[in-house]
Design a protein around this ligand. Sequence first.
Ligand code: HEM
Length: 413
Amino acid sequence: MDRDSALLELDDAFVQDPYSVYAKLNAEGSAHRVRMPPGVPLVGGLPVWVITGYDAVRSALADPRLSTDLNRIDGLFAQKEPDRGKRGGFSSIIASHMLHRDQPDHTRLRKLVSKAFTGRAIAALRPEVQRITDGLVAALADRDDDVVDLLDAFAFPLPIRVICLLLGVPVEEQENFKSWSAALVSGNSPEEATAAASAVAEYLFELIERKRGGTGDDLLTALVAARDVDDRLTETELVSTAYLLFVAGFETTLNALGNGTLHLMGNLEQWEALREDRTLLPGAVEEFLRLESPLKHATFRCARESLTVGDTEIPAGDFVLLAIASANRDPERFAEPHELDVRRPAAGHLAFGHGIHHCLGAPLARVEVQMAFNALLDAFPAMRLAADPGDLRWRNSTIIRGLDSLPVRLNHR
Ligand code: HEM
């Protein structure tokens, strides 16, 4: 069969319900040709492969033949930008970090920041994360209106404040991040998103200059020292790494909170069970991540050489999407995969990826999401969804799985 004859569109119907598309595809095999909608950056309109099913996705995530280094591909990041000298062009700033690098650069760059994510480092951050969480919940409780968009009022600012704390962004400058992040998330237009990403990069450059030679104990000061004292990364890699931590840390956590809340609101007996027994919370968070993974696909891969997945050969040079959302709802791996069950053993889910790019921020994300639900359960025990679930819309994104908005009634008076 001509391998293009079975092309399938990843369109809005797919965005609203990817799971039924995946279930159908996965019943036929593990590797499928799909076409991306025209608006998608880099690969709009192009055919790509999608890998489905738990075993195939897990192996592919750890397969060194599938490179995340999109810089290797000629013309992919059109480099027609003003030369910014040692800063590098904008596209190299958004793509010179560990997630878009193969070995050995990946290892070098990951090692420079991994100390900030050890158990000890995260334990030291806990009181601050708790303070941020409590402050946001108190602000929610003070509002006059009982119906709020929980994403906007809580799930969105929480991870932004935490990542700003980690990077050492002064509190009075954090408001900028909120508006840039909103533009990055909204998906209103690629131009708006690019302008916002560019503004974040510019700000980070300026912040890095201020951190130079400083004595702060934040991650950015440590990275600047690794650059200036030990020459372990380039200037472009430095700002690119800061950029990655910011973007990777807020979009995902925001949606882990939103998606988890949505499912609990649809399964109130499980909300009550969590209220009664908080020891269920860590397992529940894993279950939210499994059931509605904030990254429904891992970032794009490119085949460095041809490889066989199931009984399909993927030629060298082709693009590949690894469908985390399909893996995490594979009935061969998880019983009743479309149901929320906060008591199930959800460990082994692939929401944080697998292999060398396994999420570096996972320990921090777990702390944030667990604390957030703990605080919501305490403050708003009678919270309910304030919309018909059928009216909620999923954001138009190839990678992200998250709602446009999540209206809830706090019922706290
Ligand atoms: C990588 C998910 C929160 C930092 C990844 C990957 C996934 C993921 C799936 C691998 C992507 C791939 O292989 O293409 C998530 C989810 C989160 C979350 C679901 C929240 C619930 C965070 C946070 C941070 C972070 C809070 C940091 C503040 C990173 C970094 C990488 C990464 C640095 C790249 C690791 C590498 O390339 O070695 N994340 N993430 N993430 N994540 Fe997260």
